[in-house]
Write a protein that binds this ligand. Structure first.
Ligand code: C2E
Ligand code: MG
Ligand code: MG
Ligand code: MG
Length: 282
């Protein structure tokens, strides 16, 4: 009997593995094709200034609409693109598109605010990163101070000195640097002081229920104090509740991003949002 159960298990695994494998094959070939045919889209999530209530920036997030599989989350296709070496082209496209869009809105009379663009850590281990950013700025005509690059702490896991040099070169161009998904590993607070950055962006896992968790609250206060001393902008991501928002306001978090204010929006909806929001807060 147990032998039979074992067999069923193996059958089950085989089926599951085959399904995963098929999906990966679909994604794999789909990703190359989608890149050529530009099946990607950027959506934009507002960042709200915690004092004025105005839209103070926005994050560009990539979407892939697959003809068979529907909308695929970047949490799924970004790691795959990294594995396949397609991330360089993909991020370059996203970066250009986000710069172009921000410049277009500025030209249309929207208040000038920075666009935050996520870049895979992979870029920081090669020399193309600085020319890639320069090119996106030149082609769009966007002033560098309206471009913020979001990178995760994992970028510092290897080649620290080379990575820091690249970040310094980018800052010399005039773009801003943000550390994304911060606060999951508290130890990282110590090396923060050595990094040439402009912003820390606290991860949504850390922000979640921060108003009800004394330990999180204490860490948050320590981060804000350090960040303020270093003149860093502090952003909370994934803010969903009024309770979280009130806590963050009280603790002088500079900017808030999350479903509480808005989900990521299509470019049309974003324009409506920013007009409505900024009118309301004047
Ligand atoms: P991230 O940069 O940390 O972006 C925040 C993620 O949280 C986004 O997911 C956003 O839609 C989601 N989010 C925002 N507010 C809330 C909230 O209140 N509640 C909840 N539950 N979620 C919220 P998304 O768009 O699925 O992106 C996932 C990740 O994929 C991003 O995390 C980023 O690491 C990566 N990514 C997205 N676009 C790009 C890109 O163009 N290039 C690269 N390299 N990575 C990207
Ligand atoms: Mg981000
Ligand atoms: Mg993040
Ligand atoms: Mg995150």
């Amino acid at each position: 009997k147990s032998k039979e159960m074992g067999k069923n298990h193996i059958e089950f695994f085989n089926q599951q593995m085959q399904k995963d494998f098929k999906e990966r094959m679909l994604l794999n070939s789909g990703l190359r094709q989608a890149l050529q045919e530009k099946h990607f889209e950027m959506v934009y999530q507002p960042k709200i200034n915690n004092i004025t209530g105005e839209v103070s920036g926005f994050e560009a997030l990539m979407r892939w609409n697959h003809p068979k599989l529907g909308n695929i989350s970047p949490a799924k296709f970004i790691p795959l693109a990294e594995e396949l070496g397609l991330i360089f082209q993909l991020d370059e496209w996203g970066l250009k598109e986000a710069c172009r869009q921000n410049k277009e809105w500025q030209a249309a009379g929207v208040d000038s605010i920075p666009v935050s663009v996520n870049l895979s850590a992979k870029h920081f281990y090669y020399d193309h990163i600085v020319p890639m950013v320069t090119k996106a700025l030149d082609e769009s005509g966007l002033d560098p101070k309206y471009l913020k690059l979001e990178i995760t702490e994992s970028v510092f896991m290897k080649n620290v000195q080379a990575v820091i040099t690249k970040i310094e070169q980018l800052k010399e161009i005039g773009v801003l640097i943000s550390i994304d998904d911060f606060g999951i590993g508290y130890s990282s607070l110590n090396h923060l002081i050595h990094l040439p950055i402009n912003e820390v962006k606290l991860d949504k896992n850390f922000i979640s229920e921060i108003n009800m968790d004394q330990k999180k609250a204490a860490i948050f206060k320590a981060i804000v104090e350090l960040a303020k001393n270093m003149k860093l902008n502090v952003v909370a991501e994934g803010v969903e509740t009024e309770g979280e928002m009130h806590f963050l306001k009280l603790e002088k978090c500079d900017e808030i991003q999350g479903y509480y204010y808005s989900k990521p929006l299509s470019k049309e909806s974003f324009l409506e949002f920013i007009k409505r929001k900024n009118e309301g807060s004047k």
